[in-house]
Design a protein around this ligand. Sequence first.
Ligand code: C2E
Ligand code: MG
Ligand code: MG
Ligand code: MG
Length: 277
Amino acid sequence: KAKSAGRNMLMFFNPAMAEEMMERHEIEVDLRKASVDGSLELFYQPIVDLKTQVAVSREALMRWRHPVRGMVPPGVFIPIAEQSGLIAAMGDWAIRQACKDAAGWEPGISVSVNVSPLQFREPRRLIDTVKEALIASGLSSRRLTLEITESLLIEDNKLTLSVLEELRALGVSFALDDFGTGYSALAYLSTYPIAQVKIDQSFARDVHNSEAPKAIIEAVCQLARRLQMNVVVEGIETEQQRIAVQLLGAHRAQGYLFGRPESLSNLKQGGGNRSVA
Ligand code: C2E
Ligand code: MG
Ligand code: MG
Ligand code: MG
């Protein structure tokens, strides 16, 4: 497999590459339409407090209902949106839509929105979008969390810090997503105004029978406690995993055990509000 990949890279042109490029181009063309024609949608997945097992927040996860391809997952279209520049408009839309949706929920439930590092390249636009989304929806800024990734922080530029601080001053919080998959420099956690660390789902996978993920989750939870941050463990699918991460000191969890991402209309029918207790 690696050998053939190497060979492909050395080739100037081959049919497989051409096909892939055409496919990407086609997706990009369709995505450009989707960002204006209403075929993008936000699904919501509960984030629960491990003590009470009740949802305290919901993460907005973008979905694309493609007329021919069906439901295209974000793992496919977000990278294309980032490479084509479409992410700016799609990201703005997600912030506005999530605030609007969350304003109709029980007041104790917050919303988390994923923000691409590329959205920080137009800081004024991002800040204005957040402000306008909060005003238009009437959602309290305390109920909005923006999920950022380490790739935004590794550049360690003063501009990023000032943008985060300006948003923070509005009352918005930040969660560091997929923690443990990148550099995971612990210094980020004290340098930037981060309220929540989301430990990547790969750590939950064998937390109940393997020492390494246990040690890491426990250490991150201890550090977070000292820095007065919350820890969410992602990807909890079984009761065993839930018990394990709770014993290790995690505050919150997210995963199929508590609920899959669901459309807003399904949430309204009560699907997303059920208690697992
Ligand atoms: P993420 O932010 O880390 O979101 C969590 C992902 O884990 C979601 O995948 C969710 O469906 C999945 N997940 C949740 N619980 C479980 C579980 O118990 N087991 C397993 N196997 N998976 C679980 P999804 O919805 O496919 O999203 C993938 C990624 O796409 C997200 O990862 C995020 O990085 C990105 N993404 C999604 N929506 C947006 C968006 O609006 N903007 C941007 N920039 N990125 C987005
Ligand atoms: Mg996320
Ligand atoms: Mg995540
Ligand atoms: Mg992830």
